[in-house]
Ligand binder design. Structure first.
Ligand code: SF4
Length: 495
């Protein structure tokens, strides 16, 4: 049976994943919008990497005619081409497309492009299977990984030779070659039989999140041992394979304080509430209370001066709900123009929007505080105002993470996306599922590409979706705050 490079890599991760892909593809989880953004980002890096080796010819992708792609590649080689992008070859029933192939004297060098910031273990078999196939057609010299250099700092003009780093992995590839025949034989043998009986395990997310999890994990109950807070993944599978799957099963096991509370609370079917601690927490706030949330983007290809690939989170948006002592709630917000560097504008607007007195509440405050710290260093005019803000923070994560309040529906997660539905299960106004954008990483990816949308009305629609999403984040915080205050004020059993 014929295999592509990506199918071979899939088979290395798990034989069952390859079998399902070949014989039962209808149970695959479709590609999510998040994954599509990631693929598009990787594609852009691939295109930039081609500029490191200019003057090449690209073999156009034609999934219905791989033989045609192979013929075109052969023709280019015969015509004396020196650089070929997506060069396509087939040998021993495996076909591959090499990102960049460069003639180097009497041999050819292979360049595999990755959007990561270094060479990862899984990149080596990926290059090795390409070498294995190409060596039947061409003499090969070196194998490389081209990856993003996250030390590169953008200074206003993109320098691709600095943005991308090249690492020679020839020795590692040559070491892997002797095992390839055996790997391919065992995959071929496995594919000719019935669905392999492979239990779920750490391989389901390593090195890639498997797209057959919905199928293979269908009998794992929720909650289960896999929801236990910060338990090592190998320990989780150890318990799972010993038949200790549900919370009732793990009762007698050695658990951390949070894990034990998680299990006890779920089995009792009721929340754990330390009213005294919650009262102390909510009483520490000073009115007016500013509920603040930023959205940032952090791209592989930097856009603004001082930005480093994947390392500099640029804030482009915030939402601010202000709760006054008399119960009045105000909303303020900012969303940057997608064509400009947002930092100076967001610093200025924030300095004016946050009240001069009163607490600032964030959910997991370290993110908001570090953004403000960085904005302060970049804005001489507002530096003092911004720096002073960081002394006024209260972290809304604290009552949950420090177990003042634990609800069984948190399922071992203290993110706002877990806390909110547990506290307000039937409130449509507090449900992210009704929004076009439902998570911060999506907001970030969507904004990073917003300036590529030419249609003004389409861009406006996306901007509105971004505003709605961020607004819900801070409105949710206000509601959670009020709920904590109500809880602290009620009588009842405390631990
Ligand atoms: S979910 Fe796990 S067991 Fe199932 S195919 Fe994927 S890696 Fe294999």
């Amino acid at each position: 049976m014929q295999l592509s490079k990506s199918q071979y890599v899939r088979g290395l991760q798990c034989h069952k994943a390859l079998w399902l892909y070949k014989h039962k593809r209808e149970v695959i989880t479709p590609t999510s919008p998040r994954q599509e953004f990631i693929f598009a980002g990787g594609h852009r890096i691939g295109k930039l990497a081609q500029e490191l080796f200019p003057g090449g010819t690209e073999i156009e992708h034609d999934p219905k005619n791989f033989d045609g792609m192979i013929e075109k590649t052969r023709a280019l080689i015969d015509q004396g081409a020196n650089v070929i992008y997506e060069a396509t070859f087939k040998s021993r029933n495996v076909f591959i497309m090499a990102d960049i192939l460069v003639r180097n004297g009497g041999a050819w060098d292979l360049y595999e492009v990755k959007a990561s910031t270094g060479v990862k273990p899984q990149h080596k078999p990926d290059a090795a299977i390409q070498w294995y196939v190409i060596q039947d057609h061409l003499p090969l010299g070196k194998a490389h990984i081209v990856h993003v250099n996250n030390d590169y700092e953008f200074n206003g003009e993109l320098d691709i030779s600095q943005l991308l780093a090249i690492e020679d992995i020839t020795d590692e590839v040559l070491e892997l070659l002797p095992g390839l025949d055996q790997n391919l034989d065992s995959m071929s043998d496995m594919l000719s039989q019935n669905e392999p009986d492979i239990p779920i395990g750490p391989q389901c997310a390593d090195p890639y999140e498997c797209d057959f999890k919905a199928y293979c994990w269908r009998d794992v109950p929720s909650p289960s041992v896999f929801n236990l807070y910060r338990m090592d993944k190998h320990r989780k599978f150890e318990l799972y394979h010993a038949g200790k799957i549900s919370y009732a099963d793990v009762c007698g096991e050695k658990l951390s304080k949070t894990q034990a509370l998680q299990v006890d609370s779920a089995l009792a079917g009721e929340a754990y509430i330390d009213r005294e601690a919650i009262r102390e927490f909510v009483d520490s706030a000073v009115y007016p209370i500013n509920f603040l949330d930023f959205e940032t983007f952090n791209s592989a290809i930097p856009k603004f001066p001082g930005q480093k690939p994947y390392r500099t989170a640029i804030p482009f948006q915030y939402s601010l709900h202000i709760l006054h002592a008399d119960g009045e709630i105000e909303h303020r917000e900012f969303l940057a123009d997608e064509h400009r560097d947002p930092r100076a504008e967001i610093a200025q607007k924030l300095a004016g929007d946050i009240t001069a007195e009163g607490s600032i509440v964030a959910f997991s405050q370290s993110t908001e505080k570090s953004i403000i710290r960085r904005l302060a260093t970049e804005s001489a005019e507002h530096e003092q105002t911004l720096i002073a803000m960081n002394d006024r923070f209260i972290d809304l994560l604290t009552p949950f993470q420090q177990l003042m309040y634990y609800h069984p529906d948190f399922n071992g997660s203290f993110s706002i996306k877990s806390v909110l539905p547990a506290l307000f299960p039937n409130d449509a106004a507090l449900n992210y599922k009704g929004l076009d954008i439902q998570a911060g990483d999506m907001a970030s990816m969507i904004y990073a590409d917003l300036d590529r949308i030419d249609d003004e009305s389409e861009r406006q629609k996306v901007r509105e979706a971004l505003l709605e999403y961020c607004k819900l984040d801070t409105y949710a915080m206000v509601m959670i705050w009020q709920e904590l205050r109500n809880t602290a004020g009620t009588s009842g059993l405390s631990p």
